[in-house]
Design a protein around this ligand. Structure first.
Ligand code: FES
Length: 158
């Protein structure tokens, strides 16, 4: 009698163990799939304090005066950053947050040397982010940009 009970207990325990093992294996596969899905897109290689852009992937930065507005993860407190090509090897990057009341400013229009805030029309110079009137109290926050000729890329340091 007790042998039958022991056998039943043993079989029930064994069945539970196999079930846990199968669930564990399935959970491991699901976790791996989720991690794979979390890989960041190529254009956002932000590591939290710097981002690298391969210029061959950025047609809007192909010519002098070209500009993009983009978020780089949590850099710049998650707010957009404007990157402008001034020359073949010179780039600048600014926070797109207006220093007046925080509105997100526009990209410079073709050939323009200023970025305009759509809220009160302050204009910020593209070379250094300096406001052109006294509406905004200070220049746009800027970030150093390094041009890397070897791989035709730029690195923005946040
Ligand atoms: S919020 Fe930009 S000029 Fe006022």
């Amino acid at each position: 009698m007790s042998t039958g009970t022991d056998r039943r207990d043993f079989l029930a325990t064994a069945a539970r163990s196999v079930g846990f093992a199968i669930c564990g294996a399935m959970l491991g596969s699901l976790t791996q799939a989720c991690e794979t899905d979390l890989v960041r897109p190529a254009e956002d290689q932000s590591t939290g304090d710097r981002a690298t852009l391969t210029l061959s992937n950025e047609p809007d930065l192909a010519t002098d005066g070209g500009a993009i507005k983009r978020q780089f993860g949590t850099a710049n407190a998650g707010n957009p950053v404007i990157v402008i090509r001034l020359s073949a090897t010179q780039f600048v990057a600014f926070s797109a947050v207006c220093t007046h009341q925080g509105t997100i400013i526009n990209l410079p229009r073709n050939g323009s040397n200023v970025m305009v805030c759509p809220r009160h029309e302050e204009e910020f110079r593209i070379t250094d982010g300096t406001p052109q009137t006294d509406t905004a109290p200070s220049p746009l926050k800027s970030f150093p940009v390094a041009y890397n000729a070897a791989d035709n890329s730029i690195t923005i340091v946040f």
